[in-house]
Ligand binder design. Sequence first.
Ligand SMILES: NC(=O)c1ccc[n+]([C@@H]2O[C@H](COP(=O)([O-])OP(=O)(O)OC[C@H]3O[C@@H](n4cnc5c(N)ncnc54)[C@H](OP(=O)(O)O)[C@@H]3O)[C@@H](O)[C@H]2O)c1
Length: 272
Amino acid sequence: MDKKRILILGASGFVGNAIYKELCSYFDTYGTYFTNRSFASNKQFLRYDLEEDDIFQVLQKVRPDVIISSLRGNFPAQIQAHQHLMEYLVKTDAKLYFISSANVFDAYSKFPSYENDKTLSLSVYGRLKIKIENMMMRLPKEKTAILRIPMVFGNSSPRIKEIKESIENKEPIEVFPNLIINVTNDDRLTQQIHYLINRNKTGIFHLGSSDLIQHEEFIKEVIGHLGNYHPIYKRVYTTNEDRYLAALPKDNVLPKNLRISCQEIIDHHLPV
Ligand SMILES: NC(=O)c1ccc[n+]([C@@H]2O[C@H](COP(=O)([O-])OP(=O)(O)OC[C@H]3O[C@@H](n4cnc5c(N)ncnc54)[C@H](OP(=O)(O)O)[C@@H]3O)[C@@H](O)[C@H]2O)c1
């Protein structure tokens, strides 16, 4: 069987590792780690530091058909690494799947955003994602996929771990009452990415729930599922009016069985 060779940059992280676990039984899958030494003895993993190492060396070792970029780290170094990735894409038949964010639209607050809307961000993080997206859009369309994702939840997600810790330590939990979002979880997100890779899909994808929810309501419902807790909530108002931070699918919708709703994500959370 001609197995695709996949390289996940940031495979020791929350999102990258969830993708690794989803793909490794089906593809010849490799990943990078930086500080998380628990991957050091795994033959499929290579150590890579954005700020010190040249991504070319990793690419030469793995010779991937598909690269999935799920990194954090120094912003200028991320830009340079992705510039080098573009050069590799031009020279080879490889494709790049980039984990972007709904924050590429964080300057728009009055409505949700769709795949082909113009990006605009007020945050340094959102602008970094836009810069890398724009580099990708200059390449032929069949070489790249931009995957814009909202906040990712799931039983093992850092966001849920943080909530559990706050409950345990009786610390207040921040909620944003007038922020309207969509959300996703690690399980559905990685199934969606698996599907896109299987089908050789490229373009722009909004991989979040199909519906919207208020941040405060979502967090309270998730906590309701974790157990009979009554934490203190710190209600943070950033504006007086409702504000949207949501990237919804319209042009590139996934098959029904791969979509997810906010309620399914809430129900997915198990008692502590
Ligand atoms: N989590 C979310 O809710 C969410 C939402 C939207 C978009 N995203 C995007 O998804 C991607 C992954 O996020 P995540 O939540 O999975 O983050 P994470 O758990 O912090 O993982 C980040 C990954 O990047 C690696 N890394 C950090 N600094 C590095 C450096 N200097 N050189 C090389 N590798 C480095 C980490 O390696 P070590 O751990 O081994 O040091 C880890 O593998 C990011 O691009 C993020 O913007 C995440």
